[in-house]
Design a protein around this ligand. Structure first.
Ligand SMILES: Cc1cc2nc3c(=O)[nH]c(=O)nc-3n(C[C@H](O)[C@H](O)[C@H](O)COP(=O)(O)OP(=O)(O)OC[C@H]3O[C@@H](n4cnc5c(N)ncnc54)[C@H](O)[C@@H]3O)c2cc1C
Length: 380
């Protein structure tokens, strides 16, 4: 157990670990192969208070910090990345509402997320706009008391399951500043003109839903604008400063699981008359994994704690995200290697860890974008 955590935080870790290690392993292979998920698991997680613990008590949340949420995320991903992501991502967007939503929007939606009554998603990426979010062309045009939205979105997590989606739209295409052209809108997925389609065949985290979305003359009330018109880009950067912390926790959870599986397997498996763990090559791999995980963990604890204390340092958050994702990939790779041929078979957990790890370097900012943020802060 980590000495830097308070007793309350250690209790959260213990409770999350107990729930995840009790419930996830038996279903992990089935969900991975079938690309499905049982939403009852998410509801149980909500009943136990694991959903959006950073949501204020005014909206029935626990009013804790992002670090506490990360601790839960880490345990869920350590038990199984696919199920962990399926549950944890159900509040993806609540961070944005907390920061910029109107009181009515918060009162309507946040309590439903905490209670396990609704899922929220956030749709930014488009077929032709990924890393360059300012290239998003989904258009929202004002028409009397309504906004009319047209466009399409790509890779929206929970796009087929969400009741509400925060959609990043272009509202002022001719503004001289690329950073003032977009706004966020709250869209109920039962609005006429909204369609979603499941994306099959992901490399990993296959229990987590991913969708392609199309919006055709989707009309939302004027009040569904989130915060100020034209502030979408800056809102998105603030949102990522919180949600990238979750990705760090996902990475550390995954890397920890890779280490645990490697230790177990190399102590059990005998070759040349001795356990794999007795060979120095194995020992060095284990030592390197443990050291890197510790470093990644400390980096993200620092980043999450500073956000919880009100200090936002995008470069620190980017360092934590890039580094923890790299550690996760390296650890998953070594874990498969130490499992030999067994690691290549999906029945083995390390196989799912290996396939899940890659996304950590892609979503919520690719590793190249993270390094760009770090370098810019140093070179400006
Ligand atoms: C499982 C999954 C879930 C996702 N969930 C969501 C979600 O819920 N909501 C959402 O909006 N999006 C989501 N995404 C999308 C994700 O955020 C994007 O895939 C990511 O931002 C990269 O965009 P892209 O795929 O268009 O790649 P591109 O932007 O086309 O990038 C391709 C490559 O080019 C590199 N590159 C691009 N520009 C530069 C540059 N200037 N300099 C150097 N290298 C560069 C990138 O780093 C990358 O390596 C999800 C993706 C996946 C795989």
């Amino acid at each position: 157990m980590d000495f830097a955590l308070s007793k309350e935080q250690r209790d959260i870790v213990r409770a999350a670990r107990k729930f995840a290690s009790g419930e996830f392993p038996d279903r992990a292979l089935e969900f991975d192969r079938d690309e499905t998920f049982d939403l009852d698991l998410w509801r149980r997680a909500c009943e136990l208070g694991f959903a959006g613990v950073f949501i204020d008590q005014a909206y029935n949340g626990a009013g804790m910090g992002y670090l506490e949420y990360c601790l839960i995320t880490e345990e869920f991903w350590a038990a199984d990345p696919g199920i962990g992501q399926a549950i944890i991502s159900c509040t993806f967007g609540s961070e944005l509402l907390l920061l910029f939503g109107s009181e009515d929007q918060k009162q309507l939606i946040l309590p439903q997320l905490v209670a396990g009554e609704a899922i929220i998603a956030t749709a930014i990426t488009e077929p032709d706009a990924g890393s360059d979010v300012t290239g998003a062309t989904t258009a929202a045009v004002r028409d009397g008391d309504e906004w009319v939205i047209n466009g399409s979105k790509m890779f929206t997590t929970n796009g087929n399951l969400a009741a509400y989606i925060l959609v990043f739209c272009r509202t002022d295409p001719h503004n001289p500043s690329r950073h003032a052209r977009h706004s966020f809108f709250l869209v109920s997925t039962d609005t006429p003109g909204f369609k979603s389609k499941k994306i099959y065949g992901k490399m990993g985290i296959r229990a987590s839903d991913t969708a392609e979305i199309s919006l055709s003359n989707v009309r939302v009330p004027f009040t569904n604008l989130v915060g100020e018109e034209g502030a979408g880009f800056h809102q998105l950067m603030a949102f990522f400063d919180r949600t990238r912390l979750h990705v760090c926790a996902q990475a550390v959870g995954l890397a920890r699981a890779a280490l645990e599986e490697s230790i177990r397997h190399t102590k059990e498996r005998t070759q040349f008359g001795a356990p794999l763990a007795s060979f120095q090559v194995t020992q060095f791999k284990i030592a390197e994994m443990a050291t890197k995980i510790r470093a990644a963990k400390n980096l993200y604890y620092e980043a999450a704690s500073s956000v919880d204390q009100g200090t936002i340092d995008p470069a620190l958050i980017a360092m934590a995200k890039w580094f923890s994702a790299e550690v996760a990939l390296q650890c998953a790779d070594e874990a498969v290697q130490m499992h030999g041929g067994y690691g290549y078979i999906d029945e083995y957990k390390v196989n799912r860890l290996y396939r899940a790890a890659k996304v950590l370097e892609i979503y919520e900012g690719t590793k190249e974008m993270e390094k760009t943020i770090i370098a810019r802060s140093l070179l400006r």
